[in-house]
Ligand binder design. Structure first.
Ligand code: SF4
Length: 219
């Protein structure tokens, strides 16, 4: 069982409401197609979104941001185009693994992935090399619109600082903390995760959190 303080659905919704009032709608995920979102979810591992945007712009500029074109590309060319996202050889390999999965299970068509059973899809994605729970849930939520709450380092830092969860809580338990207390709605999960990331970037920094100006009350 996840270790938590007593916090109910209304309390968590109050956190959401406060963040939403403070920051407004976040408009995530900034991808034009589900495939772009899925590729972006792999590219954003261990880097900031600004670098991902440059890599995606390179792929778009070369007219290659489709499953078929990318699957036909030389891995070295793919790595060169996504270089701005960092760890480019590793990420090219991971995108290659995702494309092989997409080809094998869904005929290289995102439509097949988007209409697959969500639970089965999550299990399959987690079997793809280089796709962990955060990346899988980002694809499920932001590309496919399924209600899987995405948690990350910002979520862990903020909610452990407030004593809601342990700082070393596992991904699954932290996710469960949210899904047990929130209505199962993709739009809510989408916005809440994006707001948490904004809170983490602007206020709840690793060192010297800006509690005095934060929209949440200090712990
Ligand atoms: S900055 Fe302070 S008040 Fe804001 S979320 Fe972090 S710990 Fe809480």
């Amino acid at each position: 069982m996840v270790q938590t303080m007593k916090i109910g659905r209304r309390d968590l919704m109050a956190v959401y409401d406060r963040l939403h009032r403070a920051f407004g709608p976040q408009g995530w995920w900034p991808g034009e197609t589900p495939f772009e979102v899925a590729v972006g979810a792999i590219l954003t591992q261990n880097t900031n979104w600004g670098n991902v945007e440059k890599a995606l712009a390179n792929l778009k500029g070369a007219g290659l941001l489709t499953p078929r074109r990318m699957a036909a590309m030389e891995p070295r060319r793919l790595a060169a185009l996504i270089r701005p996202a960092g760890f480019f050889n590793l990420k090219a390999e991971r995108i290659g693994c995702f494309l092989r999965y997409l080809a094998k299970r869904h005929g290289l068509r995102m439509e097949g992935l988007l209409t697959a059973d969500p639970g089965r899809l999550r299990r399959e994605l987690l079997e793809v090399r280089g796709i962990g729970p955060e990346t899988a849930d980002s694809i499920l939520l932001y590309a496919a619109g399924h209600p899987f709450f995405v948690v990350d380092g910002y979520t862990r830092r903020i909610f452990s600082r407030h004593g809601f969860v342990d700082h070393d809580v596992s991904y699954d338990h932290l996710q469960e903390f949210f899904t047990r207390r929130l209505p199962e709605k993709a739009a809510l999960f989408n916005e809440f995760h994006a707001l948490i990331v904004t809170l983490g970037k602007q206020f709840c920094r690793p060192r010297s959190p800006r509690c005095e100006a934060c929209p949440l009350d200090p712990p």
